[in-house]
Design a protein around this ligand. Structure first.
Ligand code: SF4
Length: 227
């Protein structure tokens, strides 16, 4: 499979935020989100056999733990990504799959925790969510909305209500979008939507979603890759 990078860091998002995690970042994406901070994954990378990827994960985290399959869009390489996820599960890892939600997820092995985006209007990729994926979601999975403004928030709030998402999954995540050219200060000034404003809207609406910040961007320089 085509791999951009494999590295160990702190998980920055989801209900697993804060835990050490090995990231397997696959090359290539068919979307072009306006705030994407992973454009360096669109091309390049290097070809690695499944066994080589497993060896590298085991080298970085020999005693099991958390592994995230991400991209880019990892499901573009599902023919190899799915066996990789199964092998990682078999080896005792907790496996997260971070995906745009645009690709069918029915083939993802049971036991993998899916973290699925639903792209909001200001992402530049609205209406790309593959609706049949709703039927693949279970109580271990998470659905994430990255929000740039009030219209994104209202879209997310309505989507959650319409599909009773909070009853289908472990967590619904509302996350302020980060400026893709952010660098330097490790604070909220780079958020396209002020987290305080988002928190106030959520409290006002008695939201059942979880406000998520990309904590790796508050730990390291937000421009830093491979963390
Ligand atoms: S789906 Fe992810 S990797 Fe692809 S463009 Fe959007 S944010 Fe970037």
């Amino acid at each position: 499979m085509q791999i951009t990078e494999i590295y160990k860091s702190i998980q920055g998002e989801s209900t697993h935020a804060g835990l050490p995690c090995v990231f397997v970042r696959l090359t290539g994406c068919n979307l072009r989100c306006s705030w994407c901070d992973s454009e360096y994954t669109f091309t390049g990378g290097r070809r690695m056999a499944l066994d080589e990827v497993l060896e590298e994960v085991e080298r970085l985290s020999p005693d099991g733990g958390l592994v995230e399959i991400t991209g880019g869009e990892p499901m573009l390489q599902e023919r190899e990504a799915i066996p990789l996820m199964q092998r990682l599960l078999d080896a005792g890892y907790t496996v997260l799959l971070e995906t745009s939600g645009e690709r069918p997820l029915a083939g993802v092995p049971p036991g993998v925790i899916k973290i699925v985006d639903v792209k909001c209007p200001n992402s530049g990729e609205p209406e790309t969510f593959y609706m049949e994926n709703l039927d693949t979601l279970g109580l271990q999975d998470e659905v994430k909305f990255v929000l740039s403004d009030r219209s994104d928030y209202e879209f997310a709030r309505n989507f959650v209500e319409r599909h009773a998402l909070d009853r289908r999954v472990n967590a619904v995540l509302f996350s302020p979008a980060f400026r893709k050219d952010a660098e330097g200060d490790r604070d909220c000034s780079h958020c396209l939507l002020d987290p305080r404003e988002l928190a106030e809207w959520m409290l006002e609406d008695n939201s059942t979603a979880r406000l998520g910040l990309q904590i790796h961007k508050f730990i390291w320089d937000p421009a830093l890759k491979g963390v």
